[in-house]
Ligand binder design. Sequence first.
Ligand code: GLC
Length: 642
Amino acid sequence: MNQAALHQLISSKSKEKNPETPLNLRLATNLSLIQQSFFSIYSEEKHLDAFQKLLDLFPKLFALRPEALKQQDLKRLEEGNWYLSEKMVGMQLYVEHFNEDLKGLQEKIPYLKKLGINFLHLMPITPRPKGENDGGYAVNSYYQVDKKYGTKKDLLELAAALRKQDMFLMLDFVVNHTSNEFPWAKKAAQGNKKYQGYYYTFEDETIPKEFEKSLPEVFPETSPGNFTHIPEMDRWVMTVFNDYQWDLNYTNPEVFMEMLTNLVKLTNMGIDLVRFDALAFLWKKIGTDSQNLPEAHNLITLFRMCLQVIAPGTIFLAEAIVAPTEIIKYFGEDQKEGNECEVAYNASLMALLWNSIATKKTNLLYRSLTNIPAKPKDCTWINYIRCHDDIGLGYDDRFIEAMGWNPQQHRKFLLDYYCQRLDWSPARGLLFMHNPKTGDGRITGSAASLLGLEKGLDKKDDALIQEALSKIIMLHGIILSFGGIPMIYAGDEIGTLNDYSFLKDDSKREDSRWVNRPQQDWEIIAEVEKKGLPQSKIFLALQKLIALRKENPVFADGNSFALCYTGNDHILAFERTDNLKNGLLVICNFDENPQVVEASWILKLGYFAKGEPKDLVSDEKVFLKSGLLELMPYQILWLKKS
Ligand code: GLC
């Protein structure tokens, strides 16, 4: 039982009307874990005062929480794990690329509802430096709204409008770093010692050089190294991402408390999910790669346990794009199980799906998924195909080798396949952060362009277009049924192609991730009901799949995922079940040719017990021929058992 479950239990027993009671009860419930996590990071001898200060902070922060949200918190506590529901279908979008600003976005709620979206992730809308700012991930404030998006009032209105429609809102909390224009950074640069202690600053290069021995580079092309010299203060500051993003120094408990306050102020604007950006990097230690360290996990638990006391209706998403066995740890392990982040990006599935498209095989996917430990109850994935970032090839070398492939050669093949170095490949991606010395690199590009739609349309090749559409629909069909919250990247619902306009913008040219951050095409959307257009085919298919998901509770994440072994390397099959013996069998073909699977295992699972089952996707009955099930190229089947 995790802490959230305890709160649910206690809240159902207490009908106390004193508004302070929930806070005190929740604090009492979490106190031992808060204390433990706090003193595991900050030694008790040195930081007793800081702990006292933290305890004093709770009533102050609770007093800041608006009444409507306090009520919502209580309601959510009673309901339990609202985020596991089949009704959750997300969209990630850039406000300015979607419909100009926050008001514009609010006007488009009917469109989102028409598609079936009930959960929005808005890319950063906080103030940021002019010029380069990593798409807003260099923050000048944690809870103000940048003028170009509108005002704080607009955000509050949007949040209220979404709440009214039972929709959910997620914003980023860029917890690892601030911009160099953040008030603390400015004061530090001016020589203020207190604020220099809020970052990792050093008077000379001795310690930075020690760190560099084992620190990898996140953006080796545009921001090599992990430290930046700031002439104004004549000190070196740690900048793991870009040189204008200063890493916060969490060895200082003041930083934790200030950031907790920022987090509460952010959530008080009506935020349901907080995306904990780059949280794997929160703790740094010489001699390590300073990622996924145990202290980082303790710190996240500390944030989680504190916010749960103040705002229990808000949950955390882990943005940890790290090795599969490390991602799962952000749900919390041992005593912390279920007490870190409730949701994590399923980056492993995403990267494996792209591998399967290029190789037309699912063997690496099977091998990798089998080796990921089961996630805790109460925790779930965000399943996605594309997002605003690149696709990293973070597969486990051991598994690539087990396929009989050379890991380096295999990664080279994937880069060649997706980044236009093979004439026969349908993909039109771009290379990101390519290192010619090591051959390492990542991939950018929109889903539709990576899956061949751009090339198909250019060459007026109907077969290629059709194949791309099938792939787009199949991949979305997988993320909608895998278990967890599907997150559609805005534009993918209408097959938006690469946007090359970033090449003309000096502040973006060096960062090819902008190729997959396009403007929403409302002209195409106006035509979406016209059945013949490729964009309409995608939209209508996704709209239908989303509606099916929402109608069938078996799609909720009850932690019931099981891979099915078909004996055919081109096929991915998995089953989801619930306690009522309902089942959903998903079968997909990653090959360009029709494929068959021997079907006795499907019969055994009971999918033909009441005659031929209907495939929900095509709305057609599924027949076996000589005990074999045939799938067309890139077909996905959703078979239901009830
Ligand atoms: C996350 C964001 C990415 C950003 C980085 C630094 O990984 O997704 O876009 O560059 O954090 O904040």
